[in-house]
Design a protein. Structure first.
Ligand code: SF4
Length: 331
C-alpha cells in the first residue's frame, strides 16, 4: 500500500464528462432485454420484469444502505464505508450469512436509478462515508452505472467499491473499467465440484479467476490517501471454509503465480454455519485452529504478506441481521 494524491480525481467523472459513462449505461441497460449480465446468461427480459436466476427485474431492490464500520480498515476508516446491500444474488451459497436478503425474502425497498443515485449521495453528503460499497452488485451492474450517471452531476466524488462473489462476466466487467475504483472480490473456491454443490455455481473457477485477473488489470494494487483510506486498487477476500472446502492453498498459489505477491489479501476466518449449512455435514461447524493456522502458513510460505488476517474468534461479530431496526450490524 502507498499514498498517492494523484488519484483523488475520479476516473468516472472523466467518463461522464466525455459522454462515455452515459453510452455504457445505455448499452448495459439494453442487455437487460435478454439478460447476459452475469455468467448464467439467463436470456430473460428483465426490462419487462421477467425473473432470471437472480430474481431481479428492471428496478433495484435494496435491503439496506448505511455506514458500515466492520469492513477492512482502509474502507471503513473513521466515517464508515457507505454500504448498499442489494437484495438477490446470482449464487445460492448454502452457508450465506446474508441469506435474509440474498434469497429475496428479507425486507427491501425497490428504487429506480434516480433513487439509487440519491442513496449514494446520502451516504456521501449526510453520513460522510469514505466510499460507496456495492455489496453483491453483479446482477445490478446496468442500474448501478445508470445511477452513477445521475449522481456525478449532483456531486458524487468518492470511490466506488465493487464487493462481489467474483461470479462475474468479462463482457460486463470490461464496461466497468474506469468506473469502479476498488474491486473487492471474494475468491470462494478452487474446485468446481464444491462450487456447484455449495453455491450452485457451474464452472466457478473458470469464471472467477479470469474475472479477478481482469479486476486486477483494471485497478492494480491498493493505493491509499494520506489518511490511510483506500482510493483505488484491489483487495482480494478469501473466506476459509471447514474441511479445506475453499481450496485455500490452490487459490493462494494461483494468486501468487498469476497475479502478484503484492496483492492485498483479506483472509476471513468468520465462517459460521448459517442458512442451510447445519444440514451439510462438511459445513456444519466453524473452522478449527489447525485449519486457520494451515492457511496462515501457506500465506507465509508463498510470501503473501500484504493485507489483513481476521482473528479466529471473529464469527460472533460479523453476523448481520437485516431485520434489525436501522443497521444490520450491531455496534
Ligand atoms: S444477472 Fe440475473 S438474470 Fe441476468 S444472467 Fe445473471 S442471474 Fe441471469
Amino acid at each position: 500500500m502507498k499514498n498517492d494524491r494523484a488519484v483523488l480525481k475520479r476516473r468516472y467523472q472523466s467518463l461522464y464528462a466525455s459522454g462515455e459513462l452515459q453510452k455504457r449505461a445505455e448499452s448495459l441497460i439494453k442487455r437487460l432485454g435478454a439478460c447476459d449480465i452475469c455468467p448464467r446468461s439467463c436470456g430473460v427480459n428483465r426490462l419487462e420484469d421477467n425473473d432470471g436466476y437472480c430474481k431481479s427485474g428492471r428496478l433495484v431492490s435494496v435491503a439496506n444502505h448505511c455506514a458500515h464500520h466492520g469492513e477492512e480498515p482502509v474502507l471503513s476508516g473513521a466515517g464508515g464505508s457507505g454500504t448498499i446491500f442489494f437484495s438477490g444474488c446470482n449464487l445460492r451459497c448454502v452457508y450465506c450469512q446474508n441469506s435474509q436478503i440474498s434469497q429475496g425474502h428479507g425486507p427491501y425497498e425497490q428504487v429506480d436509478s434516480r433513487g439509487l443515485a440519491q442513496m449514494m449521495l446520502y451516504l456521501q453528503e449526510e453520513l460522510h462515508c469514505h466510499n460507496i460499497n456495492l455489496v453483491s452488485p453483479t446482477h445490478y451492474v446496468p442500474q448501478v452505472v445508470e445511477a452513477i450517471c445521475q449522481a456525478v452531476p449532483l456531486g458524487l466524488n468518492i470511490p466506488i467499491v465493487y464487493n462481489t462473489n467474483a461470479y462475474d462476466s468479462l463482457k460486463t466487467l470490461s464496461l466497468l473499467d474506469g468506473i469502479v475504483d476498488i474491486y473487492l472480490p471474494d475468491i470462494k473456491y478452487a474446485s468446481d465440484k464444491w462450487a456447484k454443490r455449495f453455491s450452485d455455481a457451474r464452472k466457478y473457477v473458470g469464471y472467477s479467476r479470469p474475472a479477478i485477473a481482469e479486476m486486477y488489470r483494471q485497478v492494480g494494487n491498493l493505493i491509499t490517501d494520506d489518511n490511510g483510506i483506500a482510493q483505488r486498487g484491489m483487495i482480494l477476500r478469501h473466506l476459509i471454509l471447514p474441511n479445506r472446502l475453499a481450496g485455500s492453498e490452490d487459490s493462494l498459489k494461483w494468486v501468487a503465480a498469476t497475479l502478484s505477491r503484492d496483492v492485498t489479501l483479506s483472509i476471513m476466518a468468520q465462517y459460521y454455519p448459517c442458512h442451510h449449512a447445519p444440514d451439510e455435514p462438511l459445513l456444519a461447524r466453524r473452522i478449527t485452529a489447525d485449519e486457520y493456522r494451515e492457511v496462515v502458513d501457506i500465506m507465509n510460505n508463498l510470501g503473501l504478506d500484504n493485507g489483513w488476517l481476521q482473528q479466529l474468534d471473529s464469527a460472533d461479530h460479523y453476523l448481520p441481521d437485516f431485520r434489525r431496526e436501522g443497521h444490520p450490524f450491531s455496534r
